[in-house]
Ligand binder design. Structure first.
Ligand SMILES: [Zn+2]
Length: 260
């Protein structure tokens, strides 16, 4: 099922509110994964690694409960170690618009040559995100994947313990917090309906009106972003656009003996 056919009931499922009562399957989205040249070179059986990631995503029982149909793993003809994650997201968008899929995911080399802590980056309200393959070695790749995926649906960092949207990796953070889950469901529904950005902004304002931090600042930041999306794409070096690309930092080391 594509977002265009996503039912409201499936959105309820996404929020995890009816996960026990409902026998309906979780919504399924089509994804294409592009594997950078150096990631492929350094990873034995990289295709199996990516297929295992998707299988793990599809067996989750925490919010968000979604399924992914891996339509293709395609070589990404570039070296990713030298590039920042922001540059990689932009390159991915240019090379693979992904008109026939719901999301395009790039997998980059594990260790960047320029030291950085970041292991993932996404376009806010976009359909592209990039993960460094370090996510497979030291973290839970499913949690890193879903964190970035949620950013593309408008989710932002919160400080709520246990939220998938903590700014630093935490293996205990397994599920979306309720407000981010509401934002994700709202943006998904807008994609389904082809809702204009100004109407989506009005919906977000309605559900976030009386929330505390970080939501007032969030609304101030997404307002110009959504307005701009109704027009031409902004130039690559636009500062507002830079802010719209998120990074997940692994400052907080995994707790316990290994990630799930
Ligand atoms: Zn993030």
């Amino acid at each position: 099922m594509t977002p265009g056919r996503l039912t409201f009931f499936a959105l309820v499922l996404l929020l995890g509110l009816a996960s026990r009562a409902a026998a309906e399957p979780a919504p399924t989205f089509r994804i294409r994964i592009l594997a950078a040249r150096d990631y492929r070179a350094e990873t034995l059986r990289y295709r199996q690694q990516l297929e295992r990631l998707v299988a793990a995503l599809n067996h989750r029982t925490s919010s968000p409960q979604v399924r992914f149909d891996l339509v293709e793993i395609r070589p990404w003809d570039r070296l990713s170690a030298q590039a920042s994650l922001g540059e990689l997201v932009e390159d991915l968008e240019k090379r693979e618009p992904g008109a026939d899929v719901d999301w395009v995911v790039g997998i980059a080399s594990a260790v960047p040559l320029v030291p950085t802590n970041n292991i993932g980056k996404a376009r806010l309200f976009g359909k592209h995100f990039v993960l460094r393959s370090a996510a497979f070695h030291h973290y839970s790749p499913t949690l890193v994947f879903l964190h970035e995926w949620a950013h593309t649906l408008g989710a932002v960092h919160v400080t709520e313990a246990g939220s998938l949207m903590l700014p630093s990796y935490d293996v205990r953070a397994q599920a979306l917090d309720p407000v981010n889950a509401l934002v994700v469901a709202t943006v998904l529904r807008a994609r389904q309906a082809g809702t204009p950005p100004d109407k989506l902004l009005a919906s977000l304002r309605a559900i976030l009106r009386d929330r505390g931090p970080p939501w007032p600042e969030y609304l101030r930041e997404v307002a110009p972003l959504l307005s701009r999306r109704a027009e031409a794409p902004p130039p690559c070096r636009d500062r507002a656009r830079e802010r719209a690309i998120d990074e997940l930092s692994p400052v907080r080391k995994p707790a316990g003996k290994g990630a799930p």
